[in-house]
Design a protein around this ligand. Sequence first.
Ligand code: PMP
Length: 436
Amino acid sequence: MGLQGKITKASYEKAKKLIPHGVNSNFRFWGDDDTLIVSHGEGAYVWDLDGKRYIDYRLGFGPIILGHGYPAVVERVGEAIKGGVTFAWTTSLEIQVCERLTRMCHVDKVRLTNTGSEATMHALRIARAYTGREKFIKFEGHYHGQCDYFMFSTASSSPAALGSRRAPIRAPVTSGIPTGINQYVIVLPFNDLERLEETIEAQWGDLAAVFVEPLMGNCAGIVGKPEFIKKLRELCDKFGIMLVFDEVKTGFRIAKGGAQEFYDVRADLVTYAKAMGNGFPIAAIAGKENVMMVIEPGAMAHGGTYSGNVVGTAAADATLEILENEPVFETIQQRGKALMKGIDDILAEAGLPHVVTGVPSMFGISLGSAKAPQEYRDYHKGDTELYEKISLELNRRGVQPDSDGREPWFLCYALSNEDVGETLNIFNDSVKAAMR
Ligand code: PMP
């Protein structure tokens, strides 16, 4: 039996007639019986059309840092949009948000945009324009959005497609991108200092940038080793390569100042989205003064009709204000730690080899081995099938992590200690049911 109740099923059948596979983003498709249609959310919960409540750990794939329908954010947006939303001029609200962002993230300059993909696409162009070089390094299992250049060896690639670890294949993740585009990308396994160093030393003259998710937001929250991230900074400095932190998932989530604060490393360019607006569409490209100032009317393009629109910008203004002034990170940290520890204990009790990966605000569960995965290939050596089974049992009982263990569990400020307790009870039942 799938997750869909009667009303959800009927609505999903209608959705399929209108929308390919009934979803407006492929990642939302869980199959014909398990893809849900949601009626609404509130705080840490979502409800499907049949009125079933879930404690939500997907949180829209990460953006909901405060909670669904968070009143202070909704009210700020509601007020702001009464005066219009798109002007093709700068508003005071944009200035205020960029001021908050530079203060929180220790970046010099910001350009607002709308989605993570737009931010990374522009960051790559800026890096190329700044260095006059064309290629870039990305790591296996890291996702940087839908722009063709990045659609290689992501967390959607089958491990078999990646080739040998010494000479990874640049595996396209989709049909529809020109074959020749792979000449611009170099893929490497994550957290491997030796491969990184030898590649940069051999090819630095062609390298505009290294893109990295410092903590793998698209693969179980695998943490970049601090010595790896520091070495990256050193090598990029030495060879004039732009270090780009893709903080679309980690930004405003793993710390007030994101991964830069977490690692105490400053990137040249940083991309933000998701938690920046608590679910409203807003993103940013930020970075060092000299690098960002490569953007120049008539010379180096960054544009967008909706960049800085009042809807997303007002949401970011309210969200960042709350993140700056309320104990959001401390609260999430405390709840997340309890949840990680509880899950760890339950899996140990059940005799299942496992590692709880990541950090309290976004963590993953790797089953099948007690050795912590360092990179995408390691994660796939684990028991991903058992994880899916447990996840399905959780969802049946009203706790909603993603069905795919590569997607981390995300926590929001609205999640209570009681929710954590309920989740752990259900987790215990779900593990037992999955092992039956
Ligand atoms: N970078 C990272 C690290 C992401 O996780 C995502 C989205 N999951 C993106 C970029 C793309 O963002 P968007 O979906 O808003 O285009």
